[in-house]
Design a protein around this ligand. Structure first.
Ligand SMILES: Nc1ncnc2c1ncn2[C@@H]1O[C@H](COP(=O)(O)OP(=O)(O)OP(=O)(O)O)[C@@H](O)[C@H]1O
Ligand SMILES: [Mg+2]
Length: 148
């Protein structure tokens, strides 16, 4: 793999499939480790991609994760088909969650996923359409001076 030319990998997510939950963020983490990315960046990417992946497992019918790495940045893009998010500002608040009792029993539903994605990334964009789905764009710069 040659990061200077860019590297892209796409993953599919099946809504409701908790058996594979976390496998995408694990794969992304392994790729970043192989390439020798700074461990503090890997940690942030792993947290954000795990939360994005879990939200798709919990709330969408299906979705895709694109992982893009080039010499400047790591970009995680997600796109799902699902109910969408009615009030994004509310969803971004710490503690807001519509998780079911079943999800809470599995340890989810603290309402910290989206706030943590924002906190751990350099750039975070979220768009959503009711009845259609949700898209995230999460960027991590490899060097602080590349931050916009
Ligand atoms: N991809 C998505 N599709 C539809 N709704 C979503 C999606 N992602 C998040 N949401 C909505 O936004 C809320 C907040 O998401 P967030 O990840 O912050 O918390 P959570 O998933 O409820 O709990 P936690 O992530 O702490 O386990 C969710 O409860 C859900 O209502
Ligand atoms: Mg979540």
């Amino acid at each position: 793999m040659e990061p200077e030319n860019g590297f892209i990998q796409e993953f599919k997510v099946k809504g409701g499939d908790f058996s594979k939950a976390g496998s995408i963020s694990t794969e992304i983490k392994e790729i970043l480790q192989e390439v020798g990315i700074d461990s503090s960046i890997i940690r942030r990417v792993a947290i954000a991609s795990y939360e994005a992946e879990m939200n798709m497992v919990m709330y969408s019918r299906k979705g895709e994760v694109s992982f893009i790495l080039d010499s400047v940045k790591i970009l995680i893009k997600t796109s799902d088909e699902g109910p969408g998010i009615e009030d994004i500002d509310k969803a971004m608040q710490e503690g807001f969650s519509t998780a079911t009792d079943e999800m809470r029993e599995m340890g989810f539903g603290a309402g910290m996923g989206l706030p943590n994605i924002k906190k751990h990334s350099d750039e975070f964009k979220i768009t959503s359409e009711i009845g259609k789905g949700t898209n995230l764009s999460i960027t991590f710069y490899l060097e602080q001076q590349n931050k916009q």
